[in-house]
Design a protein around this ligand. Structure first.
Ligand SMILES: Nc1nc2c(c(=O)[nH]1)N[C@H]1C(S)=C(S)[C@@H](COP(=O)(O)OP(=O)(O)OC[C@H]3O[C@@H](n4cnc5c(=O)[nH]c(N)nc54)[C@H](O)[C@@H]3O)O[C@H]1N2
Ligand SMILES: Nc1nc2c(c(=O)[nH]1)N[C@H]1C(S)=C(S)[C@@H](COP(=O)(O)OP(=O)(O)OC[C@H]3O[C@@H](n4cnc5c(=O)[nH]c(N)nc54)[C@H](O)[C@@H]3O)O[C@H]1N2
Ligand code: SF4
Ligand SMILES: [Mo]
Length: 900
């Protein structure tokens, strides 16, 4: 079998098969949603079973009712019980049937035959696949060390995010990455994690749960670099629409006029990459105009504590007073005009100064508040307006809406995608916190309880204890970018460099589990020579993608309609349950576990230990079946998976009126009798981020033992970094326009480019161009357009719109499954990631590279790339295969254990 056969299924055959049996796209027309039209005529009398499950065609888990007839899924609709969506679904989710029965599914494990470029494949059994991989891993480990094996996974949309770190920890390699991570969510989970000890306010990541609380008093909200109407359409996007309908005002900071921006009271179309300058201006304006919550800042943040200006560290009582507690903090007491130890949570005998610089025994101290104020000092509204290309009056209007609370600032992924990432996340914590928008009704920073079944979106426990410290020390990028420790990950560009240079050591084997890394990695072309250098590459996925064309083995994974999983949603645990099963596809949670089991059988000691329930404890022994894992996770709810499947779905773990638990920090800690505070070293909000300095020096609080320090200290306060490629830089003479990107509502990352309905709606990527730029650069609406910089040259279709300011352009990630078997391998024609930048500067803390805010040039192209499909009828080659019936799931093979 070869991949061209997989992608080039005959149009007439699949169309004929599709008619009358499955959802039919009216060719050239819209979607057919009528259930009757979708159902096979002959089977009408057969019983339709409705299975309650949950979508995973994107990062969310919207509740779904799947209609099944004779083992075949015939219709999908939203589950009205699901609190976040109330029965809504989006086009991606509704395309689940197309995805499930796609004619190009990876159906069986396959191994490459012939040379790397021949693209020839042979079907093998699961038994052979797992054994081949395990032997390859064991050989590589023996010759080069376990670290020569690395893995990668998908970010959003990954139902088993932790499976991969678990696999790596048990196998003994510190090296895995995810192309989101430092470019997605980690900067925010890190900042909120160590400054607050709670979840971030990302709506697209299902945080900011207050927006789902019925009758929340939220008066306004800020969407900063996020557009939930596209990135969380059925859940957060829907909830924000409800909030607006009830009168909440909003501010949107986004270069593009998105649906959320169009509905906002103030839209700030910011120059990409400049967000931290604007945040510092917001902080300065709020402080200068006394708009902040002074009482909250005094009592519940670390800003009154004294910092030694030389060391940038907090002064500890033991430095000033003999025998004092080194874990406490010092304030400047106005009553005595002297430094005093501040007892947690508060000492009424003291009158601490919030602001000031103080000399004491030859040292200079400033309060954290003064340090913050000085940091923001240069960023007046006018200065920010100039840097960010905004109207100063609109900036102030935006701040006033935010200040008229209760309110909340939700920070999206935009600011995670340039080197100033962690600082932007710090800025958002500071803004929410100084306003006192913390754990109050109507605010977004909340620590509501959850069902605890799938923390961080994954069932698999990480098994961190299995990775020896000596291996952790070898993590690529791990020393410089210690923020990666929060997610246990390596840095993609450090992995890339190690493959290319073989320094500090060579890498040999890559196991990849997601869609199309060439669609989603920055500067994708830089990965092509690297992947060609490797000995063995495995791709676990549902369809062939560009990545598959470089692989040696394909493992077919399950679509969401054939997957079992548990999902936390507000005060419920919902089950995603397999509605059917096709071919020999397998849940990846099992694949990872099976490979490790086989390594154990072949003599890997840690893999053997990992089968022992006693040794693994809460990390759970290597499972053979999904039921083992699901039952273990359900124990805390006293239910079994069998019971869930038989109708105990969802599991309610809290009474509705108890779930939204406000003011967690004020609750009494039974051990101390004091308020619980926040989960930070000071139990206060760490708005002066000494915690970042400690992270860079030792890896605290994530590393169990101190690690070698990073090259320089991480900054305790946010600072603005102008993008290196910017309109005033030399490079702008050649490439005058600032490029950025964002989400499309009908695709999830690299997915669904092979879905006939999605492609009918949005066949090819558009570049958004302001009318003035269109005129200047000679492009018109609908034109084929060249987009280029020194990293590459791609094409797009021009969309001329006032929805983007002059000087800025916008284009999404795209790849074309239809050209997979051509020399471009589907990823070189229209993919903005050919142009993005993965060279320095990087974010100091996590290593973020530049996906948004870099320079390009545009010009008219005479024609489009060879072979890309555009007309609705072109996509009928991908209509679902009507011949697929339900099949049994593969089980763990019993090996005749011939050892090594
Ligand atoms: N230029 C640019 N680049 C970007 C971004 C950007 O905005 N601009 N965004 C970045 C961000 S935020 C992220 S998170 C990354 C995303 O990058 P990746 O996550 O690597 O992207 P995909 O592989 O498309 O998405 C994850 C895949 O997991 C698949 N999947 C779902 N369930 C299963 C399963 O059970 N098994 C297997 N094997 N696969 C499954 C989904 O179909 C999906 O294709 O891209 C990053 N890249
Ligand atoms: N439909 C769909 N939904 C998704 C995904 C998907 O691929 N498709 N991916 C999921 C994942 S993994 C993630 S991380 C989330 C992300 O979801 P969000 O956090 O909402 O992020 P995006 O939509 O990528 O970007 C938000 C907005 O940032 C704007 N923007 C671009 N550059 C800048 C800038 O420099 N500054 C500011 N302030 N704004 C800028 C873009 O125009 C865009 O509208 O979405 C998730 N949901
Ligand atoms: S937003 Fe759409 S694709 Fe994502 S889980 Fe919900 S229905 Fe599925
Ligand atoms: Mo992401």
């Amino acid at each position: 079998m070869d991949l061209s056969k997989l992608t080039r299924r005959s149009f007439t055959k699949s169309l004929a098969a599709a008619v009358g049996s499955i959802p039919v796209a009216k060719l050239g027309g819209g979607l057919v949603r009528d259930a009757k039209a979708q159902a096979p005529q002959a089977a009408d009398k057969d019983e339709v079973k409705i299975v309650k499950t949950s979508c995973r065609a994107c990062i969310h888990n919207c509740g779904v009712l799947a209609h099944v007839r004779n083992g075949r899924v015939v219709k999908l609709e939203g589950n009205p019980e699901y609190p976040m969506t109330k029965g809504a679904m989006c086009l991606k989710g509704l395309s689940g049937i197309n995805a499930l029965y796609h004619p190009n599914r990876n159906k069986y494990p396959m191994i490459r035959v012939g040379s790397k470029d021949e693209n020839k494949w042979k079907r093998i059994s699961w038994e052979e696949a797992i054994d081949t991989i395990a032997r390859k891993l064991m050989d590589t480990r023996a010759k080069y060390g376990a670290e020569a094996v690395f893995c990668s996974t998908g970010g959003g949309g990954n139902p088993a995010f932790r499976s991969i770190s678990r696999f790596c920890n048990i196998f003994g390699t510190p090296n895995w990455y995810e192309p989101g991570c430092a470019q997605c969510y980690l900067p925010r989970t890190l900042a909120y994690g160590i400054m607050y000890g709670g979840p971030s306010t990302s709506i697209a990541d299902e945080s900011a749960l207050e927006i789902y609380v019925p009758n929340t008093p939220m008066k306004s909200f800020v969407c900063w670099g996020t557009d939930p109407s596209y990135s969380c359409p059925a859940g957060g996007g829907r909830a924000l629409a409800d909030l607006r309908a009830r009168g909440a005002r909003s501010v949107v900071i986004d270069p593009r006029l998105t649906p959320d921006a169009a509905r906002a009271d103030v839209w700030l179309p910011i120059r990409p990459g400049t967000d931290v300058a604007l945040m510092l201006a917001w902080i300065k304006y709020i402080i200068d105009n006394d708009m902040y919550d002074k009482d909250f800042v005094m009592k519940w943040t670390n800003l009154p504590y004294l910092v030694d200006v030389k060391t940038k560290m907090f002064v500890r009582p033991n430095e000033l007073f003999d025998g004092a507690n080194p874990k406490e903090y010092v304030v400047w007491d106005a009553k005595t005009n002297a430094p005093k130890t501040m007892k947690y949570p508060w000492d009424d005998a003291l009158d601490p100064k919030l602001e000031g610089a103080f000399k004491h025994n030859g040292r200079t101290f400033k309060t954290g508040f003064t340090m913050l104020r000085e940091q923001c000092e240069p960023y007046t509204i006018e200065k920010a307006a100039e840097i960010c290309w905004l109207d100063p009056k609109k900036i102030v209007e935006g701040i006033k809406i935010f200040a008229d609370g209760p309110s909340g600032l939700s920070l999206g992924v935009a600011t995670d995608q340039f080197p100033n990432s962690v600082e932007a996340a710090m800025g958002s914590v500071i803004l929410n916190s100084i306003m006192g928008y913390v754990e109050k009704p109507g605010t977004m920073m909340q620590r509501f309880p959850n069902g605890g079944t799938a923390p961080a979106g994954s069932l698999a426990p990480r098994a961190q204890k299995c990775l020896p410290p000596s291996q952790l020390a070898k993590r690529l990028g791990g020393r410089e970018f210690k923020g990666l420790l929060q997610w246990d990950a390596a840095s993609p560009q450090s992995i890339l460099n190690a493959i290319l240079t073989e320094k500090p050591y060579p890498l040999k084997v890559w196991i990849e589990r997601s869609g199309n890394k060439f669609g989603v990695l920055g500067n994708a072309s830089s990965w092509e020579p690297a992947i060609k250098k490797l000995d063995f590459v495995v791709h676990m996925y549902m369809y062939p993608t560009s990545f598959t064309t470089y692989a040696d083995m394909i493992l077919p994974t399950t679509e969401w309609l054939e997957t079992n999983m548990l999902i936390d949603c507000c005060n419920y645990v919902f089950a995603r349950q397999a509605v059917t099963h096709t071919y020999e596809t397998q849940d990846e949670t099992l694949i990872w576990s099976w490979i490790l089991r086989r390594c154990g059988e072949l003599g890997h000691e840690m893999c053997q230990k990992a089968m022992d329930p006693e040794f693994m404890g809460d990390d759970l022994p290597l499972w053979k079946t999904m039921e083992e894992l699901l039952d273990a996770k359900l124990k805390r709810h006293n239910v079994t998976w069998e019971e869930v499947k038989n109708g105990h779905n969802p599991i309610k773990f809290m009474p509705d009126d108890k779930w939204a638990g406000y003011y967690v920090y004020k609750k009494t800690d039974s051990k101390t009798g004091l308020p619980r505070g926040f989960s930070t070293p000071s139990k206060k909000l760490e708005l002066y981020g000494e915690v970042f300095i400690n992270l860079g020096r030792t890896g605290a609080p994530y590393a169990k033992q101190p690690l070698a320090p990073a090259d320089k200290d991480y900054s305790p306060l946010p600072f603005y970094m102008e993008p290196v490629e910017n309109p005033k830089a030399e490079i702008a003479k050649k490439y005058p326009l600032v490029m950025t990107n964002g989400r499309l509502p009908i695709y999830h990352h690299g997915t669904l480019r092979n879905n006939p309905y999605s492609r009918e709606v949005y066949p090819l990527p558009e570049i958004w161009v302001n009318p003035k730029d269109a005129e200047k650069y000679g492009v018109s609406h609908g034109d084929w357009t060249w987009v280029e910089n020194d990293r590459g040259k791609i094409r797009a279709i021009c969309r001329v719109t006032e929805g983007i300011p002059q000087g800025i352009v916008y284009q999404e990630r795209f790849w074309n499954p239809e050209t997979l078997n051509t020399p471009t391998r589907g990823w070189k024609e229209m993919n903005v990631n050919v142009l993005t930048k993965n060279t320095p500067p990087y974010n100091d803390v996590v290593g973020t590279y530049t996906l948004r805010g870099f320079q390009v040039a545009i010009s008219k192209a005479d024609k489009g790339p060879e072979g890309v499909l555009r007309k609705p009828e072109d996509f009928s080659i991908w209509m679902p295969d009507a011949t697929v019936t339900e099949s049994a799931e593969p089980v763990y093979p019993t090996y005749k254990n011939e050892g090594k």
